[in-house]
Write a protein that binds this ligand. Structure first.
Ligand code: HEC
Length: 148
């Protein structure tokens, strides 16, 4: 690739990063739902692997764990006071018991990190790891998300 192309690609990435940050500020509800949608997409791939519907693929496992880690890092900042109402299923308890919500995010991150190596080790390890990480998805939704 020519040097100028590298520069252009780098600039594009920088612009993309800035606009993500701006969108998160302007519309935290959309930003947090986007993160969660990506969680769901990755979880779907992993579930298929565990069921044997797709071959074990370490790169896809890594991508899922990276994405979940990224969610854990960003999610907490996407619940400012002005995002309680609107097109959201977030429950008011997120704001009234913020410590409990933060603890749920921290536990999610810990379980993602603690199970990453196991998940990468092969299909059997992935099954155990998915159960441990997946429990965070359902526990947090039960406590902090309105049923549909
Ligand atoms: C710490 C709490 C927490 C954890 C952990 C968590 N979620 Fe969520 N999730 C939420 C909340 C809160 C919402 C509702 C967001 C809103 O509507 O503003 C949500 C929404 C969603 C949605 C719907 C997004 C949409 O389009 O509206 C999906 C899909 C989802 N989560 C998948 C997952 C998966 C898969 C995992 C585990 C890998 C996970 N979540 C882990 C709290 C969590």
């Amino acid at each position: 690739m020519k040097l100028s192309t590298w520069f252009a690609a780098g600039l594009f990435t920088a612009v993309a990063l800035v606009s993500t940050a701006v969108i998160a500020q302007q519309d935290p509800i959309a930003a947090r739902k986007d993160l969660m949608k990506a969680n769901g997409r990755h979880a779907g791939v992993i579930v298929k692997m565990v069921k044997g519907e797709e071959p074990f693929d370490a790169a896809k496992v890594k991508a899922a764990f990276d994405q979940w880690d990224d969610t854990a890092a960003k999610f907490g900042a996407l619940f400012p006071d002005n995002s309680k109402d609107g097109d959201t299923r977030a429950l008011p308890v997120i704001w009234s018991d913020r410590a409990k919500f933060d603890a749920a995010i921290a536990k999610f991150k810990k379980d993602v990190d603690d199970n990453r190596a196991k998940a990468m080790s092969g299909a059997d390890g992935l099954k155990v790891a998915l159960a441990a990480v997946g429990k965070n998805c359902s526990d947090c939704h039960e406590a902090f998300r309105k049923p549909q």
